[in-house]
Design a protein around this ligand. Structure first.
Ligand code: C5P
Length: 409
């Protein structure tokens, strides 16, 4: 297989230093990376750094390597162009189709997917001029990612922070897999449960599970990039970056998760229950550590009581018209996944169920997933093996389909 040709464009903002990690991410996955900074980007990071990391020459202007017609060739040969960070000025130059440096010329030539990760102060990001430029680029099929919210260069914070390099790389790969990210969830609220719950036995022990939260966060990532207002009620998860602008509510137990989900249900348009919720919890939570061998500790026979089924409760609230949300659940099955999945969908009353086979410990903590999306209408869509972001895109496509049929815009 020939290596993927990735152009990493870098504009002149302080976040340019994070482009080094992005270059590294792509080279480590076997890509051939060509870094194309703007002249101002080199005020922040030297050409030598980008040359060493990419193993390729670094130029900024259209008058270098003229004999090779470089200002056209770099764009022609690219399989993917990722620009991080993109400043307000670069967005403006891209929007009007300038070709006054090697990076803008490359974007003008490229016919491959182009993914742009902006970084700037909140005022600049929100300025109608910038927003118009972003809208123009998106209307041409360029994926302009929503920036993260958080600490900016000075003491201020807000939307405009560059997404984490690994987040950008993963989203760019998803664009390669599934096409440009559409803004199909603007004005919609998406509520997601993610990760595993923990049920305390005593102050140091708990009953937990192997869910990593990756699929739930991937759903939040795609929904946020599609323009939704996202809340993720997260139990125990791996250390995962926050999807742009998403509210992350940390919980431990199933009952805490239920409380936080219920509090946000009324305004949700789509609810996806990706969490692995403990079905049972210890009947009593000891306030002091239970000691091995002590009679009243009873560690060899824990009495358990059933936890609420949060998904079922959400469906009941929809039936009682306390929410109009489209509801999707997950089913992890070790055998006969389709048969058990279909029965579970009927039992839970959700609109959609993503069924995956977890035989032999597959899926948990992995970055890839596959399976089937079952619909209450009898539909069955196979989800081919792909990244959890690509799978998230397909689950949201299905949920948006149900939303489109059930709600006026
Ligand atoms: O019944 P089972 O645990 O296999 O169902 C899985 C689906 O139900 C997932 O969407 C999960 O998030 C949800 N669930 C829940 N509350 C529980 C158990 C599962 O919301 N107590």
């Amino acid at each position: 297989m020939t290596a993927l040709n990735v152009v990493v464009g870098v504009a002149g903002g302080i976040a340019a230093y994070k482009a080094c990690h992005l270059v590294r991410n792509f080279t480590e996955s076997g890509a051939n990376v060509r870094v194309v900074p703007t002249p101002n980007a080199l005020e922040f990071v030297g050409a030598a750094t980008f040359e060493a990391l990419s193993g390729n020459p670094v130029d900024t202007g259209v008058f270098t390597r003229v004999d090779e017609v470089q200002h056209v060739r770099v764009g022609q040969e690219a399989d993917l162009v990722v620009i991080a960070p993109a400043t307000a000025d670069l967005l403006a130059r891209l929007a009007v189709g300038r070709a006054d440096d090697l990076l803008t010329a490359t974007v003008l030539v490229a016919t491959c997917p182009v993914v742009v990760a902006p970084a700037m102060h909140t005022e600049m990001w929100r300025n109608p001029a910038t927003q118009a430029n972003v809208a123009a680029l998106r209307s041409r099929g360029i994926t302009v990612l929503e920036p993260a919210s958080g600490r900016l260069t000075g003491a201020d914070s807000g939307p405009g922070r560059l997404l984490e390099p690994d987040q950008i790389a993963d989203l760019a790969r998803t664009v390669l897999e599934t096409g440009p990210i559409r803004r199909s969830l603007e004005g919609r609220r998406v509520l997601i449960s993610a990760g595993g719950t923990q049920e305390n036995i005593d102050p140091v022990r708990y009953i937990g599970n192997r869910s990593s939260g990756r699929q739930g966060f991937a759903l939040g990532e795609i929904a946020a990039q599609r323009g939704a207002d996202v809340s993720i009620v997260a139990g125990d998860t791996d250390a995962l970056p926050t999807p742009a602008g998403a509210e992350i509510v940390r919980v431990r137990s199933a009952r805490e998760m239920q409380r936080e989900i219920d509090a946000r249900l009324g305004s949700a348009d789509i609810v996806v229950m990706a969490a692995a919720v403990a079905d049972y919890r210890p009947e009593k939570e000891a306030t002091a550590k239970l000691k091995k061998g002590e009679a009243d500790a009873n560690l060899s026979t824990l009495r358990l009581v059933e936890n609420p089924d949060i998904l079922k409760g959400v469906v009941e609230k929809r039936n009682a018209q306390q929410t109009r949300a489209v509801i999707a659940g997950f089913a992890a099955e070790t055998d006969n996944p389709l048969e058990y999945g279909r029965a579970k969908l009927a039992r839970k009353g959700a609109d959609l169920l993503m069924v995956n086979s977890v035989a032999g410990g597959r899926v948990f903590g992995e970055r890839r997933n596959s399976g089937w999306i079952l619909g209450r209408d009898g539909s069955e869509t196979e989800v081919a093996d792909g990244s959890k972001l690509a799978v998230a895109a397909q689950i949201l496509d299905a949920a948006e389909g149900v939303l489109g049929r059930s709600l006026p815009n």
